[in-house]
Design a binder for this molecule. Structure first.
Ligand SMILES: N[C@@H](CCC(=O)N[C@@H](CS)C(=O)NCC(=O)O)C(=O)O
Length: 230
């Protein structure tokens, strides 16, 4: 059985979608990051960076239990466990890992900062909003160019690179972007959004998250509480 410690955010959605795409059985444990669940000693034991998602698979390699954090590592693990969504062909495999790293190193961190400065920061800092909104637009353009040549990010087959990236593009409006300006991304987005497993994945814990982040949640995520443990 796979235990998933998660919350309905883009990084959490990646794993919910992957589990649904692979048809794996799993049990979800809600880690409400707006209530501070990510700081409990039990959660930090499996996710020392106090972030969701994390998994514990009691049926891991050689029958042993494995605990993992970092969504990219979890996606590779689940792909290798099931033989799905990461090709055995070396060129296809490394191309998929390349676009997965592009998501992990660029799309996630930059879009995350865009959300922060546009939607959550207590002050509107014009330079930061411009900087991250521009960088987000630049990354959409990189994806759009790639998707003008291939159906999916890493080629003609849907892969963990798409699963990692799709959840971050669902909030394009909050990122100050227009999907219509990136027609290839729009085509790719609509195709992925229509997949039944993706719809089931984004529905996981969907009702658990309050629509608006309250002050307590902001304090825990961005204020002194986040940094008190150094
Ligand atoms: N690189 C990590 C990022 C995970 C991440 O940023 N998780 C956020 C939610 S999307 C979180 O748990 N934040 C809680 C906190 O920072 O206290 C991954 O891909 O798994």
């Amino acid at each position: 059985m796979i235990d998933v410690y998660s919350w309905p955010t883009p990084n959490g959605h990646k794993i919910h979608i992957m589990l649904e795409e692979c048809g794996l059985e799993y049990h979800v444990h809600a880690i409400n990051i707006g209530a501070g669940d990510q700081f409990t000693p039990e959660f930090l034991e499996i996710s020392p960076n106090n972030k969701i998602p994390a998994i514990v698979d009691t049926d891991g390699p050689k029958g042993k239990t494995i605990a993992l954090f970092e969504s990219g590592a979890i996606l590779i693990y689940l792909a290798e466990k099931t033989g799905k969504l990461l090709s055995d062909d070396p060129i296809e495999r490394y191309t998929t890992l390349q676009w997965l790293m592009f998501q992990m190193g660029n799309v996630g961190p930059m879009f995350g900062q865009t959300h922060h400065f546009r939607n959550y920061a207590p002050e509107k800092i014009e330079y930061a909003i411009k900087r991250y909104t521009n960088e987000t637009g630049r990354l959409y353009a990189v994806m759009d160019k790639q998707l003008s040549k291939t159906e999916y990010l890493a080629g003609d087959r849907y892969s963990i690179a798409d699963i990692a990236t799709f959840p971050w593009t669902r909030s394009w409006e909050n990122q100050g972007q227009k999907l219509s300006e990136f027609p290839n991304v729009e085509r790719w987005f609509n195709a992925i959004a229509a997949r039944p497993a993706v719809q089931r994945g984004v529905a996981v814990l969907a009702n658990a998250r309050p629509p608006v982040m309250d002050d307590k949640a902001k304090e825990l995520l961005f204020g002194a509480a986040q940094y008190a443990r150094r």
